[in-house]
Design a protein around this ligand. Structure first.
Ligand code: DUC
Ligand code: ZN
Ligand code: ZN
Ligand code: ZN
Length: 483
């Protein structure tokens, strides 16, 4: 069955123009005027954009003694309700667990997804087995990104020697490392100090993770990636010291990417001063929310191109789960939701205020990450032959965000009460309507795994350190006797 999206204005990362779109067999078959098809979607008064891609989610993830509450069903339903048509989730092997065994578990969980998805593989420990399995993950399993936690000491954290070894392996395999950049040793020390001083409430979570903890780790990861001759993607960039490191690296020709989250763009650290324990604890995530000046820096980075992607780190815990940390903030499960609200909030606070153009909105919610993850133009594009992952966006409708009407399975929403203007009229996933005016019609299992193959060989860090990984021996004439 074919479908025509009629009467809308197409907005891509480059262009804005009026045209219809014909969809056949899940793909864009034609772009032009007066197209006909079996079914007509009315896009009058709407913008038609590539469906959003959220490259950072944690569905049903074992973490801090519990599991994140949204699974691939409720999580991807939240995605399509908000205009997102693809998520990339983190496959998280426990330390000492085989990567392939963890991947099997993620394969099983993700069969419930209602939209397309892919995985990043986490490297949470290092061994010859991990070294060997990374090749299979890239070449057979179609995963070209490996995540490293520089924080969560004693659990997920890897040390610099492990990270350097893994980054070099990524370089060999044509894969890209990702980092959660926070200095886990400093965090662990500050946590113990705060607890010893009697600071056990959720506000202490933010005190234990000051901005320099993130800035230091970000600089370190960039330099380690440079020495390994590999590009680097930094997840959840929340503050200026981290942003500054990325800006400097890019200016120096290093291929480094930075991803702020919608939570950090919209909410600030005053949330932790709220006298209601539940309110503050529900907003505990890492990195924590920052002050307004850091928030402004992130917006500027998106507009100027020093930051490329807006994600969510969607990792939702119920109030009951958050209460595991009553009396000890280090036991509050870290994470917040945001999948359903990412695009409406970014549109409202970005496009409607003039901070971002519509084309920049498409770039940072979809096209840039499709390119960075090597799935462009199958995803992130409105081109003939691309997957028909589209959002028909009505810029005039408004709503007030509330947990009462959300897809996520948790009992609150960190954006509760915020009004947004600009919402999806239709979310279309591989040519099928997945959501219509906020009602999700996509079914469990409609989503498919999207392979992401190794990067072409040219996609390397460009830097003066390249020589280090292939040092050239100096040929000398006068070698002293006895050497
Ligand atoms: N940060 C969070 O807040 N939750 C999941 C993992 C992470 O790094
Ligand atoms: Zn993280
Ligand atoms: Zn995360
Ligand atoms: Zn189901």
């Amino acid at each position: 069955m074919s479908m025509v999206i009629r009467g809308g204005t197409i907005v891509t990362a480059d262009l804005t123009y009026k045209s219809d779109i014909l969809v056949e067999d899940g793909k864009i078959a034609a772009i032009g005027d007066n197209l006909t098809g079996d079914k007509v979607i009315d896009a009058d008064g709407c913008y038609v954009m590539p469906g959003g891609i959220d490259p950072h989610t944690h569905m049903e993830m074992p973490f801090m003694g519990t599991y994140s509450e949204d699974d691939f069903e409720s999580g991807t339903k939240a995605a399509v309700a908000g205009g997102t048509t693809m998520v990339v989730d983190f496959c998280l092997p426990a330390p000492n667990q085989s990567l392939l065994e963890a991947l099997q578990a993620w394969d099983n969980k993700s069969s419930k997804a209602v939209c397309d998805y892919s995985f990043h593989m986490a490297v949470t420990w290092w061994s010859e087995q991990v070294f060997d399995e990374m090749k299979i993950v890239v070449e057979e399993k179609g995963i070209n990104t490996f995540k490293h936690f520089m924080a969560y000491k004693g659990a997920l954290m890897v040390d610099d020697d492990e990270m350097f070894a893994s980054f070099q392996r990524c370089s060999e395999l044509g894969a890209m490392p990702l980092v959660h950049a926070e200095n886990g040793d400093v965090v662990a020390t500050l946590q113990q100090k705060l607890l010893a001083e009697g600071n056990n409430g959720p506000e202490a979570h933010a005190y234990s993770r000051p901005v320099d903890v993130e800035g230091e780790a970000c600089n370190r990861a960039i330099m380690i990636a440079d020495m390994a001759n590999v590009p680097l993607y930094i997840v959840h960039v929340s503050c200026e010291p981290a942003h500054e490191a990325i800006r400097r690296a890019r200016q120096n020709g290093k291929r480094v990417f930075g991803e702020p989250l919608i939570q950090h763009l919209v909410l600030d650290d005053s949330e932790y001063k709220n006298t209601d324990w539940d309110h503050a604890a529900r907003r505990v995530m890492s990195p924590p929310f920052r002050s307004k000046e850091h928030q402004d820096g992130l917006w500027n980075g998106l507009a100027s191109g020093s930051l490329q992607v807006v994600a969510t780190d969607h990792c939702a815990f119920t109030t009951e789960q958050k209460r595991m940390g009553v009396g000890d903030f280090t036991k509050i499960p870290n994470g917040t939701g945001g999948l359903e609200d990412r695009m409406p909030l970014l549109w409202s606070r970005g496009v409607n205020t003039g901070r971002l153009t519509m084309n920049e909105f498409v770039a940072v919610t979809s096209t840039n990450i499709a390119k960075i993850l090597n799935v462009y133009p199958r995803k992130g594009a409105i081109l003939v032959g691309a997957d028909a992952d589209l959002v028909v966006w009505d810029p005039k409708v408004s709503k007030t965000i509330t947990a009462k009407h959300q897809q996520s399975a948790i009992d609150y929403n960190v954006f509760e009460g915020i009004e947004v203007t600009g919402l999806p009229r239709y979310t279309i996933s591989r040519g099928r309507i997945a959501a219509e005016e906020g009602v999700v019609v996509a079914k469990c299992g409609d989503g498919e795994f999207v392979r992401r193959d190794a990067y072409p060989a040219v996609n390397k860090a460009l830097s003066k350190w390249k020589e280090l990984t292939s040092p050239r021996k100096v040929e000398r004439k006068g070698i002293p006797a006895g050497v």
